[in-house]
Design a protein around this ligand. Structure first.
Ligand code: FAD
Ligand code: EPU
Length: 348
């Protein structure tokens, strides 16, 4: 088991009425009644017990890059700082690495690339923590973590037992896992074991990766070159939360039946769609743009001018205002196309 190293000796330090503004990438200024950061398993157990005794609700926070705070939280927010990276198994071609839930996702990707461990380079520059990555089976540029996922360790919030989930028991889907449904709010993910390749299988089919590599004059493909290309594409499309508050894609890309898609195509001949297992996946960004929302600003919140799937907080925006805007977008997309958009972001 991973020997989590706490950056400081941990004693249970619980802060009261703590602003979460710096702890969510939307930059929403809501408070939690109690707030703590945990860097080892014992502190995590102690804080869970403390909250249980006081009958307080608990919210587990990683990097806050996929949450929308709509109100002050009346309980305890536990920010996960469990750190550590450890090789657990190795063969000639593959390596299994256990990574602490509190490690920063992008720094872990860069670390793996440096060791020449392949498989997650297409997932460069996704904000947040390793522990949140299985929650919605993070994905980008043709890769999802389920492809490199071996298992995870999680603490049962009720019994405080440490349990292991393999890939099948996580029930991964597009932006989905069992942790968003059947066992929602029941576990704290403490570490994830990834299975990476020593001999890379490059994945450059998706999006503008190939074109970007050509423009950069890359002759010899490498996981470093792919990571650099993905970073460049992402920086050209997505707003940096340090400059403008956002949580990436606000909605998931919906899947509709082939029949529905064919019907829409007669009405909207330019509608894009990608065949998937159970129908056709439509880019929600296109639907939102066609419904007239791209670049729209309502007070302190709005729809990003370069990516209509990203809702933004210009500075002093409120979670409720973003929630209202999201509802209006859902209603108008439904009215125009008969498609119901579902949020990707977790509401609190
Ligand atoms: P948080 O926002 O802190 O939490 C998200 C959810 O996970 C919450 O419900 C929380 O309770 C739960 N959670 C967090 N940690 C744990 C834990 N250790 N145990 C149990 N539950 C936990 N996502 C993609 O998939 N692909 C992308 O390309 C992508 N691009 C993005 C770009 C930008 C600019 C931004 C801001 C976001 C983007 N996202 C993307 C969304 C986000 O980065 C991911 O969902 C990320 O995994 C969230 O990590 P986090 O640590 O910030 O989670
Ligand atoms: N589009 C528009 N207008 C827009 C935005 C997009 O018409 O304003 C259309 C275009 O047709 C474009 C297509 O949508 O070709 C796809 O756009 P993009 O390549 O930007 O990707 P996306 O579908 O909007 C998804 C993920 C991203 C991930 C990228 C790259 C979802 C919900 N989003 O975005 O993930 O980084 O692909 O793989 O699946 C996230 O989950 O937070 C996230 C950013």
């Amino acid at each position: 088991m991973l020997a989590y190293f706490a950056e400081q000796a941990q004693t249970m330090k619980i802060i009261e009425n703590h602003s979460l503004k710096a702890f969510n990438t939307f930059g929403i200024d809501k408070k939690s009644r109690f707030f703590t950061q945990v860097g080892d398993l014992d502190s995590l157990k102690d804080t869970l017990l403390w909250a249980k005794e006081k009958e307080l609700p608990v919210f587990i926070l990683g990097g806050g890059s996929n949450v929308l705070l709509t109100q002050d939280f009346p309980g305890l927010v536990i920010k996960i700082e469990l750190k550590g990276i450890e090789v657990v198994k190795e063969t000639q071609d593959e390596i299994w690495v256990e990574v602490g839930a509190g490690e920063n996702w992008h720094e872990w990707v860069l670390f793996a690339i440096k060791q020449n461990w392949a498989g997650i380079e297409n997932l460069s520059l996704i904000p947040g923590t390793v522990g949140a990555s299985p929650m919605q089976n993070i994905g980008a540029y043709g890769v999802e973590i389920k492809e490199v996922f071996e298992s995870l360790n999680a603490l049962d919030r009720d019994t405080l037992d440490l349990v292991t989930f393999d890939a099948a028991s996580c029930q991964f889907g597009y932006r989905e896992s069992i942790f968003k449904h059947e066992v929602k709010d029941q576990y704290v993910i403490t570490s994830v074991v990834f299975r990476l390749q020593k001999k890379p299988k490059f994945n450059i089919e998706y999006g503008a990766i190939q074109e970007t590599l050509e423009n950069k004059g890359i002759k010899e493909l490498s996981i470093q070159a792919i990571s650099d290309a993905v970073i460049e594409i992402r920086q050209s499309k997505l707003p940096d939360p340090k400059e403008i508050g956002n949580a990436g894609s606000f909605f998931k890309n919906p899947t509709i039946s082939t029949k529905e898609f064919d019907n829409l195509k007669t009405q909207f001949p330019s509608i894009p769609g990608y065949p998937v297992e159970n129908g056709v996946k439509i880019p929600a960004g296109w639907l939102i743009e066609q419904a007239g929302w791209k670049g729209k600003r309502i007070g302190e919140v709005g729809v990003h001018a370069r990516q209509a799937l990203v809702l933004v907080n210009y500075g002093n925006g409120d979670g409720k205002a973003i929630e209202k805007l999201a509802q209006e977008i859902q209603d108008s997309v439904n009215e125009k196309f008969g498609i119901q958009l579902s949020p990707e972001v977790n509401f609190l």
